[in-house]
Design a protein around this ligand. Structure first.
Ligand code: NI
Length: 177
């Protein structure tokens, strides 16, 4: 594993995760290099999707791999992705590489159509259903500063936020000891 390419994944409550990411203006080598590092970071985690704000880059770029590194053909990189159509309803227990120690069922659209650009700057349209559709929606949410727990009840969310704050306090105590 090329560990030099693995980036640090920001964790809630890092403020970058709550910002609306800006459009990528030019798909150039900088973006291609970032996408490559994001794929390595995703596979190292391991996870099924990663958005650029999660590695501290507030720009509209996502990588998705529902095979979690098993099948290179499953890797999708999208620049400036936008959901143009959604249909049906589904939901699974979701988690997030930026939200430690928490999963919860989230209701999502069952099928989506997403338009965006590939790494050559060409327009692409992707149709997704089931898990692939869920991951696309989850990652595109990240570009708008939305985390999966924003879709669950306020009570469950605030319980998690309180638990996370306590966890961070304990970590910082240990760090200072
Ligand atoms: Ni996530």
């Amino acid at each position: 594993m090329d560990t030099l390419s693995v980036m640090e994944i920001l964790k809630f409550p890092d403020p970058v995760l709550r910002k609306r990411a800006k459009e990528v203006e030019v798909v150039d080598d900088r973006i291609r290099e970032l996408a490559g590092k994001m794929i390595k970071t995703l596979h190292a985690a391991p996870g099924v999707g990663l958005a650029a704000p999660q590695v501290g880059v507030s720009e509209r770029l996502i990588v998705v791999d529902v095979s979690a590194g098993e099948d290179p053909d499953e890797i999708l990189v999208m620049v400036n992705p936008e959901i143009t159509y959604r249909e049906g309803e589904t939901g699974i227990e979701e988690g997030c590489l930026s939200v430690p120690d928490f999963t919860e069922k989230v209701t999502r659209s069952e099928r989506v159509v997403v338009k965006g650009l590939d790494l050559e700057g060409r327009s692409i349209t992707v149709e997704g259903e089931d898990l692939f559709a869920i991951v696309l929606q989850h990652e595109i949410d990240h570009l708008d500063g939305v985390l999966f727990f924003d879709h669950i009840s306020k009570l469950k969310r605030s319980r998690y936020v309180a638990k996370r704050k306590k966890q961070l306090r304990e970590e910082s105590k240990q760090g200072g000891a």
